[in-house]
Design a protein around this ligand. Structure first.
Ligand code: GBH
Length: 495
């Protein structure tokens, strides 16, 4: 089943050709969520392999041993993407597939390198531009065991830099768009503050045997920023000139709206929430060169300080702003001093505001609601504060009712809810472009249903439905794939 959409006699007619001819669109994925082959061809263990093999950690008890089998089926996947008319594909490399033990002195796994070479070649042969993320949360387990992973900035940084350099060397002749880290904030908040993601550390002993949410969270963030900057320095000094690519980081951030827009304390709280979530990483890179004042005030010495050398290295260390965003929350200020384990800026996150207005239609994921207006505001907030080109690197949704037995009926594949989500968000994106915001890509999250981390196979974010019961992980495109094809066909200017 395929679908075609036209926009000529719709309110979208006048948006035709609004996006630049070299605007990239496609899908984004992450290695640990799709590849499978978790221990095949020499791949080493990652912290997510360990996490999902630990009883009680993943909601449905599943592992990512097979996932969507993208490792085996990449040619089929590239062909499917091509049929959707994408111009680009954003995927991540599994560090422990390339360097099984992870460290700077550890051996390279040539079979792992070959897999990514084949994938990149297949993309290029099909006219699809690869956008490569070095790190999407899957730290080699051995580095965790050896010295505590990112808690040890001094030992971790050279290991990450060697991995990055190897990737530039081996893939940089064809890869011109590099992303160092995916969502460094989510990695540390979920892994070290809440303890619900790998490596599963926090102050909460009912959940995690070790950790300190009030300090480790910020230590790990600091390591991510500094190691990112070192990798970028290597790229700029040793590769950029001959390879001619760009390099940056992708930050996660939802928009925060005040619960009561007439209460100055809530207005301030919303700004503070954006700073804790976004400016935490973005100010050091694109702004003041230091953590936001609001964070320093609340966290004191628990927030690390940049040495002069680190500050100079981090500031300006991203050629673009990689943006992942999904939804909007209402936030209300809390009275009294912040909890020691607070990471939100002493606010409460709510689904409705003081007028009982909902933040948006419910998806199949508790935190995610369709909230396009906040997306439009977020784009302008980032543009006004940092003024760097924005690459949208993730955006998408789950939809209720997609847990059915294969083959999925047409009513399920006709995913109106997801189509409406994309349509409303892309209209906001286009309006922001018309207002002068420099936006250069859009990657939908995600290509196919996949292994959604600690939520297992329960959250289906794909624009293609997957039969996880079948040996071949049979792919069934949903209508949203064709909607994106047709809508971008309308929005992107043809020279
Ligand atoms: C992205 O992260 C990831 O990059 C991707 O791998 C993942 O599959 C995708 O989103 C979909 O989840 O504090 O209770 O409000 C998005 C990360 C997930 C971060 C939810 C904030 C907190 C929920 N977000 N999370 S809550």
């Amino acid at each position: 089943m395929t679908w075609a959409h036209t926009f000529e006699s719709s309110p979208d007619a006048n948006l035709r050709g609004t996006l630049r001819p070299d605007f990239h669109w496609g899908f984004a994925t992450a290695a640990a969520q799709i590849e499978g082959a978790w221990n095949k061809d020499g791949k080493g263990e990652s912290i997510w392999d360990k996490f999902c093999h630990t009883r009680g950690k993943v909601k449905d008890g599943s592992t990512n041993e097979d996932a969507t089998r993208a490792y085996d089926l990449f040619k089929q996947d590239v062909a499917l993407m091509k049929s959707f008319g994408v111009s680009a594909y954003r995927f991540s490399l599994a560090w422990s597939r390339i360097i099984p033990l992870g460290g700077a002195e550890d051996p390279v796994n040539e079979k792992g390198v070959a897999y990514y070479n084949n994938l990149i070649d297949e993309l290029v042969a099909n006219g699809i531009t690869p956008f490569v993320t070095l790190f999407h949360w899957d730290t080699p387990q051995n580095l965790e065991d050896r010295y505590g992973g990112m808690l040890n900035q001094e030992r971790y940084t050279p290991d990450f830099v060697r991995y990055a350099r190897l990737c530039f060397e081996r893939f940089g002749d064809r890869v011109k768009h590099w992303i160092t880290y995916n969502e460094p904030g989510v990695y540390t908040l979920a892994g070290y503050a809440a303890g619900v993601h790998a490596p599963a550390r926090s102050s909460f002993r009912e959940r995690n045997a070790e950790g300190d949410s009030s300090t480790e969270t910020f230590t790990v963030a600091h390591t991510e920023l500094v190691s990112h900057a070192h990798a970028v320095k290597v790229y700029r000094e040793e590769f950029k000139e001959k390879q001619g690519g760009q390099i940056g980081i992708t930050l996660h951030g939802n928009f925060s709206e005040p619960w009561d827009a007439n209460d100055p304390q809530d207005v301030e709280a919303a700004q503070r929430a954006r700073e804790f979530e976004i400016a935490w990483f973005a100010d050091p890179i694109y702004g003041s060169g230091d953590y936001p004042q609001s964070m320093r005030e609340q966290l004191g010495d628990r927030l690390p300080s940049f040495t002069d050398e680190e500050r100079a290295l981090v500031k300006g260390s991203s050629d673009f702003y990689g943006m992942n965003t999904y939804t909007t929350f209402f936030v209300r200020h809390l009275d009294g001093p912040a909890d020691i384990n607070d990471h939100l800026g002493n606010v409460e996150k709510l689904d409705t505001n003081s007028d009982d207005k909902s933040r948006g239609a419910e998806s199949d994921t508790y935190w995610l609601r369709t909230a396009p207006e906040g997306f439009g505001k977020l784009l302008r907030w980032i543009w006004d504060r940092y003024h760097v080109p924005i690459f949208m690197t993730e955006n998408g949704t789950t939809a209720k009712g997609e847990h059915v037995k294969a083959p999925p009926p047409e009513s399920i594949l006709d995913d109106k809810f997801r189509v409406e989500y994309f349509h409303s968000y892309l209209r906001e994106l286009t309006c922001a472009v018309l207002d002068g915001v420099d936006i250069r890509s859009y990657f939908a999250w995600t290509f196919t249903d996949n292994w959604e981390w600690a939520a297992g196979y329960e959250d289906r974010f794909g624009c293609t439905w997957i039969d996880f019961e079948s040996e071949e992980k049979t792919r069934y495109p949903k209508r949203s794939s064709y909607f994106l094809r047709d809508y971008f066909g309308h929005l992107i200017r043809k020279n």
